[in-house]
Structures are given as structure tokens and as C-alpha cells.
Write a protein that binds this ligand. Structure first.
Ligand SMILES: [Ca+2]
Length: 274
């Protein structure tokens, strides 16, 4: 985390101002990117629980490897609700199954699994100390072994105690946070809590690229040395969650005055090349 914070300080000086020049409100109905076709999407144009043909839940209060403080609930409208064209993932302060907070972790596993493509999530983030929203991907079949051998792609993470900074991180056997060698890039998004932005992964066999709107800020290359650097030749699925606290999200505690807090998702669109 020291390294994370160091990067943030540098970026505060160097990069945040430049970010304001980027388009803040891209057209959500923009045309399909050239050469791609839409293969999977949820526009959230319905009411109630998330579409069960597209989404499942990771459930429980085990801390998820990061000592997270929330219980991720199962098909509970209070924590995961679609209305008004949006998906709301709600973090709530309440006693539940031995935890003091509830939230939801939605996964497309076995319902949306892809090898290569462009994954685009339009979202507005929850603010406040203790929030740790994430848009990320894990391998579906873990063909190269348990974490981190089969890889992880974090398209968007934000730590509420470092406002406005978005990070994109790649974890593999060769590059991961256990050895402080993960490949992390950070950019500033000054209105990420009040405006929707598109958090985008473009994933090809030779490299993956991560954007906020049209701003590319993370490129990770296939070094051609096998799975220890590039396990990204297998299917991955998407995860949307709002974690509370934990080793990363809770490094400066949890402000109990902020709840409830929501990550709001306008759509998820997945494109693959024709
Ligand atoms: Ca929508």
C-alpha cells in the first residue's frame, strides 16, 4: 500500500489536471467499435433482481482473502437492485450473519465467459472512507492453477480514502502483489462519484489495454514466455462488487457515517472481433 500511495502522490502532481481535458460524458449509445460485434450485454432495462440468466452471486462473509468487512448476500434486493435503467450494488451498515455490513458481488461465471474481447462497464462509484468498489475479472477454469497463476484483471478499483484515483491492475504468477510486483496503473477521475464513466478492457492475444472513457492508462503485454506472465489465453468472467474495509479498502478505517453507498451501473457490454 505504501507503493500505491506513492504513485497517487506523484499522479496528483503530474496527471490529474490533464485528465480534465478528457470527455466526461461519452455517448452511451455510441456505435459498436469498428471490427467488433456485441456478444453479451445487460442494459438493466428491467426492474427487480439482476437477470438470473446473466448474473450469479458470490456469497458470504469470509473476508475474501482481504479481511473484507462485508457479507455478500444472495439475491437480496436490498443489496442488488435493477431500476430506472441501472443496476445498484448497495453497501449497507447492518448486522448480518456476524458481519456489520452487507453488500453484493455479482459474477457472470458460467453465464458470461470470454476469451479476448472488449469489456465495457459504464458506472458511477460510491465515495467514502472504507469503500472499495471493483470491476474485475477472474479465470473461469483456473487452468494454470490457483491464484495468482491463472491470472486476474482489475479493470477498475477505487479506494474511498484515496478519492478520485482509479487503478487498473494485472496479477499473474510472475507479477503479483505478494511479491509487490503486480502491474498497476493509476489515473485520476475527478468526477467518478458524480458522473458515469466507461471503464473498458480491450483484451487481445498480444496485449491487454485498460481505459477510462477514451483515456488509455494501462497496457500489459504478452511477453511470449508462457502462462507465468500471460495466463490470459483462457476464458475469464466479469465481477462487479462493492467491498467494505479490508486490508486495502479499510487501511484508514471505515466511516460508518457514509452508509448506504451504491455503485451504479448503467450497462455492461462485451464485444468480440468479427
Ligand atoms: Ca442502462
Amino acid at each position: 500500500m505504501k507503493q500505491f500511495f506513492f504513485f497517487v502522490c506523484v499522479l496528483t502532481l503530474l496527471n490529474l489536471g490533464g485528465c480534465k481535458d478528457n470527455p466526461k460524458d461519452p455517448n452511451p449509445d455510441s456505435e459498436i467499435p469498428a471490427g467488433y460485434q456485441l456478444v453479451w450485454s445487460d442494459e438493466f432495462n428491467y426492474t427487480g433482481l439482476p437477470d438470473a440468466s446473466k448474473w450469479s452471486y458470490d456469497i458470504g462473509g469470509n473476508g475474501w482473502g482481504n479481511e473484507e468487512a462485508q457479507y455478500f448476500t444472495d439475491s437480496r434486493l436490498a443489496n442488488a437492485e435493477v431500476k430506472g435503467g441501472y443496476l445498484f450494488i448497495n453497501a449497507i451498515k447492518e448486522d448480518f450473519e456476524g458481519k456489520k455490513y452487507t453488500s453484493a458481488r455479482l459474477v457472470t461465471r458460467t453465464k458470461g465467459d470470454w476469451l479476448y474481447g472488449r469489456i465495457e462497464v459504464r458506472a458511477k462509484l460510491p465515495d467514502g472512507v472504507g469503500m472499495w468498489p471493483a470491476i474485475w475479472m477472474l479465470p473461469t477454469d483456473w487452468a494454470y492453477g490457483g491464484w495468482p497463476a491463472s491470472g486476474e484483471i482489475d479493470i477498475m478499483e477505487n479506494l474511498g480514502y484515496i478519492p478520485y484515483f482509479i487503478s487498473a491492475t494485472v496479477q499473474t504468477q510472475s507479477y503479483n502483489f505478494r511479491s509487490n510486483s503486480q502491474k498497476q496503473a493509476i489515473t485520476g477521475v475527478p468526477d467518478c462519484y458524480t458522473q458515469f464513466h466507461n471503464y473498458i478492457l480491450e483484451w487481445e492475444s498480444r496485449e491487454l489495454r485498460i481505459y477510462v472513457d477514451s483515456k488509455l492508462y494501462q497496457t500489459f503485454k504478452n511477453e511470449g514466455t508462457g502462462y507465468s506472465v500471460w495466463p490470459f489465453d483462457k476464458q475469464f468472467h466479469l465481477i462487479l462488487n462493492v467491498a467494505v474495509g479490508g486490508t486495502f479498502g479499510g487501511a484508514q478505517g471505515i466511516d460508518d457515517g457514509i452508509f448506504p453507498r451504491s455503485m451504479v451501473i448503467d450497462y455492461v457490454r462485451v464485444y468480440q472481433k468479427k
